[in-house]
Design a protein around this ligand. Structure first.
Ligand code: NAP
Length: 444
């Protein structure tokens, strides 16, 4: 059991800037807007955070799960956290507790009969072994009475039958070096989008991954403040046994971000670095990351995959895993909704269209195909509502959504429509999908 800390002390929720990959998941997940960021760091505002823990499970790196006991009057403010390169050390909690107790005693000498939990010894025990850094569990206990349910769109747990992933094997401080063994364009040569399929080999370094996981790339050089660039996150596009089966390699799907594109005034630091890599170049990699967006391992599991653009990376990984075991009895149904501007801009269009129709049900939503009305993935989900509903109602189905942030609302609405038009209750089904780890989002 965890005794509460004295009121003058706070278990402050912090994000480790050395591990954080700035993926924005925590900021999106926080139900009360306590997490914010600048160009340097993601931070937790101590004036808003209630320690509800909604942000902790979705964080792919675990950088979110950091806590420091500190006098409330000295809580680390947002501006201070923006300037950090590393977390501050934990001050000895026994000292903080003793100081708090002394201050209490001074303020109210008659409080000698105060409950034991307010004594330094009891509270030190509550603060954890050796009175070190407060744990997530403790913070959760603190917040249990006040926490609001998180309004998350998807699950924060993996499908129960997913294989157990390895995460954080390599960090900013100790990255692994991978060698580029391939860099191919997967959009048409004359298409506007330069999307690359990049294959990285890890040689003798262990780098176990699962479909749906991601890695961080550390681009060389420094940012405008003269600090090393932070890592950029990319989904793995190959299955667990490698881009080339049996090899210790993996692939990424990377779109070159050019200045002015999609409202971006800057060319992407990491995307241009990656897209320009040549065979035999080396890259610094951290990760792997991600412990929820994982494919089910139970035989006969169905995959409903919804993606836009380079959000196709994890779908390719999952589809390829299934393709390699075609002919066995492990695969269930595969249904894909894939959005791109045109056929020529759709990554992996050629290989995708060669897959057998009875293996995967492919639905392409093309938004800028000349002479055709604009179609988004959610439009096609509505059109295929009956088949989508049949999958949603099957407990063996897991749903994956990856790509543009903007698609999230439309996709949820389309799924809701498929359920409601059949007279079913979307809220109940949505909650079940989340609870059972069957609905996953990875959008940026
Ligand atoms: P894109 O080419 O800009 O867009 C793909 C398609 O989505 C286009 O047809 C686009 O239509 C459509 N679209 C735009 N807004 C939409 C909405 N609200 N709902 C549904 N469809 C919509 O895509 P991209 O540049 O490849 O971007 C993909 C996204 O995936 C990026 O945000 C990326 O960060 C993210 N992502 C990438 C990876 C990776 O590993 N590389 C992994 C996960 C996620 P119009 O533009 O014609 O409107």
């Amino acid at each position: 059991m965890n005794a509460p800390l004295p009121a003058t002390l706070l278990k402050q929720h912090l994000i480790d800037p050395e591990i954080c990959i700035r993926c924005n998941t925590c900021e999106e997940t926080c139900p009360i807007g306590a997490i914010t960021h600048d160009g340097n760091n993601y931070v937790v505002n101590p004036d808003i955070c209630n320690g509800c823990m909604a942000c902790v499970p979705p964080c792919p790196t675990g950088s979110i799960d950091n806590w420091r006991v500190i006098p409330r009057a000295r809580a680390y403010g947002v501006d201070a956290q923006f300037g950090w390169d590393a977390l501050p050390p934990q001050e000895p909690v026994e000292d903080l507790l003793a100081a708090a107790a002394a201050a209490d005693a001074e303020a109210a000498p008659a409080s000698a009969s105060a409950p034991a939990v307010n004594s330094p010894a009891a509270a030190a025990a509550a603060a954890g072994p050796g009175a070190a850094v407060a744990t997530a569990g403790e913070a959760a206990d603190d917040a249990a009475d006040t926490a609001k349910p998180a309004q998350v769109a998807g699950a924060v747990v993996p499908p129960w039958s997913a294989a157990h992933p390895y995460v954080n094997l390599y960090t900013h401080k100790e990255p692994v070096t991978a060698t580029v063994v391939g860099n191919y364009r997967v959009t048409d040569g004359d298409a506007e989008s330069d999307v690359r399929h990049i294959v990285l080999d890890f040689g003798e370094a262990p780098f176990p991954v699962l479909e749906g996981q991601s890695i961080g790339i550390l681009p060389p050089g420094v940012d405008a403040r003269g600090r090393p660039h932070h890592a950029r996150q990319y989904s793995i596009a190959s299955p667990r046994d490698g881009e080339r089966p049996g090899y210790n390699n993996l692939s990424l799907t990377v779109k070159r971000v050019v200045a002015g594109q999609d409202g971006n005034t800057h060319a992407g630091v990491c995307s241009n670095y990656l897209c320009d890599l040549a065979k035999h170049d080396t890259v610094r990699v951290i990760g792997p990351f991600g412990n929820t967006f994982l494919m089910p391992g139970r035989p006969g599991a169905n995959l409903l995959m919804i993606c836009t653009g380079t959000g196709s990376a994890p779908m390719r990984a999952m589809t390829e895993r299934c393709r390699r075991r075609m002919g066995g009895d492990e695969n269930g149904k595969l249904m894909l909704f894939f959005g791109a501007r045109t056929r020529r801009e759709l990554p992996y269009f050629g290989p995708l269209m060669k897959l057998p129709r009875d293996f995967i049900d492919i639905n392409l939503a093309l938004s800028r195909e000349p002479g055709r009305p604009r179609r988004y993935v959610q439009d096609l989900i509505v059109e295929r509502a009956e088949d989508v509903l049949a999958l949603l109602n099957d407990e063996k189905t897991c749903v994956y959504v990856c790509g543009l942030k903007g698609m999230e609302t439309g996709v949820l609405e389309a799924l809701r429509h498929a359920v409601v038009q059949a007279g079913q209750d979307w809220t109940i089904l949505h909650q079940a999908l989340c609870r059972q780890g069957r609905l996953h989002f990875e959008t940026y």
